[in-house]
Design a binder for this molecule. Structure first.
Ligand SMILES: [Zn+2]
Length: 296
């Protein structure tokens, strides 16, 4: 299939699924259809059946893992988590189907096989994850598992105070990002390149979708250890540079916000160890609750 044909099919799929599939799942599908990378999404039965029908009618590849995943819902973090509560048989009414997507059947089957048999590094390459970030993932796997299988704290620890936008994984927790892997640091040049390259390709499919996803890279996010995180909509970050630091100590539960800031939602929950005590993000505009995406 030629690339212009892939773009045409991606546009058709976008028109069909807009408003039905959550933006992150839609992004993963479109990236696979365009051949930018392979994708993996965890979906409910309705989403799996819809994807299967569309893979037949629109000629992209889809493969199914031989198990279902029991997701962990951590309300402070949206519903995005690398953490699974367990795995069950495909016949089990619980859990989500793990679906691999690719530009064709062979690519999707290869991704499925890679994760099951060939190891994280090869699978990560198929997902379009840069080599430096794959090495980071593998090197810190044991540490991340001890911390609830979340790499965010480790990513923040490796990041400088001033960070150019583009590798801000925090957007994933809010359902708005063009990047789907934990970067080795928020400064990772290869992750930023991948982010903007995918954005440029997806703009050929739909400008509004990319505008929406890209916003997550410029959003200030406040992460409070043991409490949760908040994303702030509003004015873009000046110069596209995020500032990480403790210029103003913010602590839960006595959350202090600058004058004029409107906190729309403040939720406390059980402890989530997301960042070191000093790894606090500031730069507050309007606040909103972590978005919990509907399972598709
Ligand atoms: Zn990297």
């Amino acid at each position: 299939m030629t690339y212009p044909e892939r773009v045409r099919r991606a546009r058709e799929l976008y028109r069909l699924l807009r408003g039905e599939a959550p933006p992150l799942a839609l992004r993963e599908l479109l990236e696979a259809v365009l051949g930018l990378k392979c994708s993996r999404v965890d979906v409910a039965e309705v989403g799996m059946e819809r994807l299967y029908a569309l893979s037949v009618s629109h000629g992209f590849g889809m493969a199914l893992a031989s198990f279902k995943t029991l997701p962990v819902l951590e309300r402070d973090k949206g519903d995005w988590s690398d953490h699974a509560a367990g795995y069950v048989d495909l016949s089990d009414p619980r859990g989500l189907y793990t679906v691999y997507l690719g530009p064709d059947e062979e690519a999707a089957e290869t991704a499925c096989l890679a994760e099951a048999q060939l190891g994280d590094d090869i699978f990560g390459e198929l997902l379009g994850i840069p080599a430096c970030c794959r090495a980071f993932y593998l090197e810190l796997r044991a540490t991340a598992l001890q911390r609830g299988d979340d790499y965010l704290e480790l990513t923040l620890e490796r990041s400088a105070q001033r960070i150019p936008a583009g590798a801000n994984i925090l957007g994933q927790y809010f359902g708005q990002t063009l990047m789907s892997h934990f970067p080795c640091s928020l400064e990772c040049a290869r992750s930023r390149e991948a982010t903007w390259a995918r954005g440029r390709a997806l703009r050929e499919v739909n400008e509004d979708l990319v505008d929406h996803l890209e916003e997550g890279h410029y959003r200030h996010v406040l992460v409070l250890t043991g409490t949760g995180m908040w994303g702030f909509e509003g004015q873009p970050i000046p110069g596209g540079v995020l500032v990480q630091g403790a210029q103003r100590r913010v602590g839960a539960p006595g959350l202090k916000l600058p004058a004029g800031t409107r906190l729309l939602a403040h939720e406390t929950g059980r402890g989530v160890n997301l960042c070191s005590p000093d790894g606090i993000w500031r730069g507050l505009e309007r606040a909103r609750l972590v978005v919990v995406e509907p399972r598709w």
